[in-house]
Design a protein around this ligand. Structure first.
Ligand code: ADP
Length: 272
């Protein structure tokens, strides 16, 4: 009879533990949902006042072109609001992706042409930091099924980071290659690099490898998480490589080719 009672007590302990774990999991899921809701609301609230501020700056630019001393502060406001707008847009996007609210408008996209456009747009900001930018692109188009706006955003984020985490006078390489069944887009830099132990976490939301350094450079630790999720929504994946601190970093985006079976550079029907 003694062992039977002990067994009953054990079982009821187990049941209590199970109930408490279940309650805890439900609480965590609810906290997570409320955090996502808060982020979405925050991004919306921050975004609303930004448009009128940017419009006002444009108007001021037109109204006071003759006052040379007004140019620098106006340009500074313009730069900073642009930076803020980018952060808020990233925040909005990441909350949309998390809640499954991003719809991709997929069409055949030539990754080579897209990469060429993005790298050209980045040249002015790279040369502001005296960086040399080298792009190596295949001579033929490489088609993937993708959302052009979102794929541009992916490469924009990677090139922004390369620019941001490379000390003045560095080198940035953008390379597109034709893999067996995939297009490979690599963004490499000669910058501060990433320690081996930090590499697996760089794609986590709000992760910043060295918060001390990165606070000074700006950013919220959203960009790479967004890059990863957007690439995955295209059926691809992204990897981060670095030899360590001070040895530069490389981010490689793998995207499935639209016509993987028809050979290199082939163009899908109806896209030429
Ligand atoms: P943010 O740049 O806003 O901090 P990201 O999500 O884009 O956020 O990047 C996360 C972290 O990964 C950065 O804070 C930085 O520590 C590291 N990182 C990203 N790109 C690079 C790079 N090219 N070189 C070195 N570190 C990088």
């Amino acid at each position: 009879p003694f062992t039977w009672i002990a067994f009953v007590v054990d079982l009821s302990d187990y049941k209590r533990m199970e109930d408490s774990l279940r309650r805890r999991a439900a609480e965590l899921a609810e906290a997570d949902r409320r955090k996502d809701e808060f982020l979405a609301m925050l991004a919306h609230e921050l975004r609303n006042p930004l448009a009128p501020i940017r419009n006002a700056v444009h108007i001021l630019h037109r109204l006071v072109p003759l006052l040379p001393e007004s140019q620098r502060p106006l340009e500074m406001i313009e730069r900073q609001t642009q930076h803020l707008a980018r952060l808020v847009d990233d925040l909005l996007d990441v909350s949309r992706v998390t809640r499954g609210k991003i719809n991709l408008h997929k069409l055949p996209v030539d990754v080579v042409a897209l990469a060429a456009r993005v790298v050209e747009n980045h040249r002015p900001s790279a040369s502001a930091h005296q960086h040399t930018v080298t792009s190596t692109l295949p001579p033929r188009p490489l088609y993937v099924e993708g959302d052009e706006v979102r794929l541009t955003q992916v490469l924009d984020n990677l090139l922004n980071n390369a620019n941001k985490y490379t000390p003045e006078g560095g080198h940035i390489w953008l390379t597109v290659e034709n893999g067996k069944h995939e297009a490979l887009v690599s963004v490499r830099d000669s910058g501060i690099g990433i320690a081996e132990e930090d590499l697996p976490g760089v794609f986590d939301l709000f992760s910043q490898v060295d918060p001390g350094i990165d606070r000074a450079r700006g950013g919220l630790g959203i960009g790479l998480s967004l890059v990863k999720r957007l690439v995955e929504m295209h059926g691809g994946y992204v990897e981060a490589r670095s030899e360590g601190h001070g040895k530069g970093s490389e981010f490689i985006v793998h995207l499935p080719l639209l016509c993987a079976t028809t050979g290199p550079g082939s163009v899908p029907e109806g896209t030429q």
